[in-house]
Ligand binder design. Structure first.
Ligand code: NDP
Ligand code: OXD
Length: 314
């Protein structure tokens, strides 16, 4: 049973090394050297070229090498019946929670103001609210959002989460659906977005949404952290909201266009922090093992885990 590996912009070497070490009996091909396309049973892909998957007639399962699957669902000729499995990986989840904690704490502990004071050689203590006075709202309570929300709650923040379907999570105030979005925003000082990009979430982080955030918080004003997908945000609205004082600061890991174009005004905005879509990269150690385990189970007739629901879009 043959595997095809393709990942745009990644060094394939550690992936191929891990796959062939963990499954020496399998043939592993590296795109674009696919050989006889009729022999490919499983495709492990990240941002594949438009026609690749449609040209594999024997394909049995598509494995997304990332947690997000918008890179697949947007393909015009995605084979309709083939199951798509996405990444759910402890290492990736831990890295995302680190990112969220880092940037929530940077905002909460006024890192930007301290840096300005340091630049001016000024010794001045800043007032800082207690974590328990600060309301963090996490959009998306899936694998990543849930873990980040629980870790923020363990730090003492007041944490709420918003998802499509209702949830009950100890210590987290849960909101669901479009009908509860306004209430969720109105109690949120620091908004963390860990949503997938779907037709429903596209452009959701816009000026109206930002205007709905709490204005009576203990800090200097609302903050936004988006590590979900760039298509969920409207960058011109974020800039306008920052300049109008409706948003105090933004940390963005994902962008409408990636790499972020050199002429984007986000690069130089004094209250924007930019990271290059590396909040939680995929790493081969756990992901290769999980994929190979799923393939073995699938070949024994078992069910696949972490299946994508194409209708929902994630
Ligand atoms: P999951 O599928 O586990 O969770 C998605 C969450 O979003 C769910 O809680 C879901 O609600 C919620 N959701 C989806 N659509 C809506 C909607 N219309 N309204 C409200 N809530 C909605 O995904 P993960 O947590 O694993 O990953 C989330 C995203 O993070 C990925 O899709 C990817 O885009 C991004 N990501 C970014 C990385 C980075 O490095 N920047 C790394 C990895 C992932 P429900 O629970 O009801 O289904
Ligand atoms: C992912 C990502 O979806 O890294 O895993 O963006």
């Amino acid at each position: 049973m043959t595997l095809l590996f393709q990942a745009e912009g990644w060094d394939p070497a550690p992936w191929l090394e891990t796959l062939s070490r963990q499954a020496p009996e399998r043939e592993i091909r590296l795109w674009p050297q696919i050989g006889n396309a009729n022999e490919i049973d499983y495709a492990l892909v990240w941002k594949p070229p438009a026609e690749l998957l449609a040209g594999l007639p024997a394909l049995k399962v598509i494995f997304s090498l990332g947690a997000g699957v918008d890179h697949l669902l947007r393909l015009p000729n995605l084979p309709p019946e083939i199951p798509i499995v996405r990444v759910s990986d402890a290492d990736l989840t831990q890295r995302m929670s680190e990112y969220v904690m880092l940037h929530v704490l940077r905002h909460h502990r006024r890192r930007r103001d301290h840096a300005a004071l340091q630049a001016g050689r000024q010794w001045r203590e800043l007032s800082q609210p207690a974590a328990g006075e600060v309301r963090v709202g996490v959009m998306g309570l899936g694998v990543l959002g849930r873990d980040a929300a629980l870790k923020l709650a363990a730090m003492g923040f007041q944490v709420a989460g918003w998802s499509r379907s209702p949830k009950r999570i100890d210590g987290i105030e849960c909101y669901a659906g479009a009908g509860e979005l306004d209430d969720f925003l109105a109690r949120t000082d620091i908004l963390v977005c860990l949503l997938p990009l779907t037709p429903d979430t596209k452009g959701l982080l816009n000026r109206d949404l930002i205007r709905g955030l709490a204005r009576d918080g203990a800090g200097k004003g609302p903050a936004l952290i988006n590590a979900g997908r760039g298509g969920v945000q409207v960058e011109r609205d974020i800039l306008a909201a920052l300049d109008a004082g409706e948003l105090y600061e933004a940390t963005l890991d994902v962008f409408e266009t990636e790499p972020l174009p050199a002429n984007s005004p986000l690069w130089s905005h004094e209250r924007v922090t930019i990271t290059p879509h590396d909040a939680a990269p995929s790493t081969p150690a756990g992901i290769c093992g999980a994929i190979l385990k799923q393939i073995e189970s699938f070949e024994r007739g078992g069910a696949l885990d972490n299946l994508v629901d194409r209708r929902r879009g994630y």
